[in-house]
Design a protein around this ligand. Structure first.
Ligand code: SF4
Ligand code: ZN
Length: 201
């Protein structure tokens, strides 16, 4: 997994929240410290080697491979042009977006069929991934009011719905709980994510 020097605690736990050594969910202070760390250390945040930012289906990868990390215009061009040629969606956060079709190998993309959901990196509770709503990306880390519990938050999730209105969620758990009302996929379970009743204490 690519990451900044010194950061060794990166863990994707298949949708489960990361726990500390005592088994407790990460506290808010840890989350804030992590975000500050990313902002201060990562020129090119990279949420794993299997992200769209390194996938052969990404149109930008097909054109320019990877951006020069120290060149702002190069990075912007990479971001602006990232687009999945398999699923036909704009990739607004290519280094934090994932799916099972990831391929680092151009020949493997011939004749491929989209499999499963696209995933975004969820609100930090340890690295977790939350499914897109079909081809609609959930916006993570935005101020919103939760449509499930009514909680207001500065760093929640928002989703634009088909009628151009939006739904807000306070947490990965409440987003996925809503998502399950729309998609019958028992492999994706809200209980795998941190309980906002616990994390907001
Ligand atoms: S959505 Fe999947 S197939 Fe498309 S660029 Fe990202 S990892 Fe590759
Ligand atoms: Zn909520």
């Amino acid at each position: 997994m690519a990451h900044s020097a010194g950061w060794t605690a990166v863990a994707f736990l298949g949708g489960r929240p990361r726990r500390d050594r005592s088994g407790r969910s990460c506290k808010k202070s840890t989350r804030l410290a992590f975000r500050a760390f990313v902002r201060s250390r990562c020129l090119m945040p990279n949420g794993g080697p299997d992200c769209c930012g390194q996938c052969a289906f990404n149109r930008t990868i097909q054109k320019i491979r990877s951006p020069n990390r120290t060149d702002e215009s190069d990075r912007q061009e990479f971001w602006n042009n990232s687009y999945c040629t398999l699923r036909f969606v704009k990739l607004t956060k290519p280094f934090w977006t994932y799916c099972a079709n990831y391929s680092h190998d151009a020949p493997k993309i011939l004749g491929a069929k989209a499999t499963g959901w696209i995933f975004a990196s969820g609100i930090y509770e340890g690295y977790v991934r939350i499914p897109w709503h079909g081809s609609t990306e959930p916006m993570v880390g935005v101020p919103t009011t939760c449509s499930v519990c009514g909680r207001k938050t500065e760093s929640g999730i928002e989703l634009t719905t088909s009628d151009d209105s939006s739904l807000g969620f306070c947490s990965n758990r409440h987003y996925v709980a809503w998502w399950r009302t729309q998609h019958n996929d028992p492999a994706i379970c809200a209980d795998h994510f941190a309980d906002p009743e616990e994390t907001s204490k």
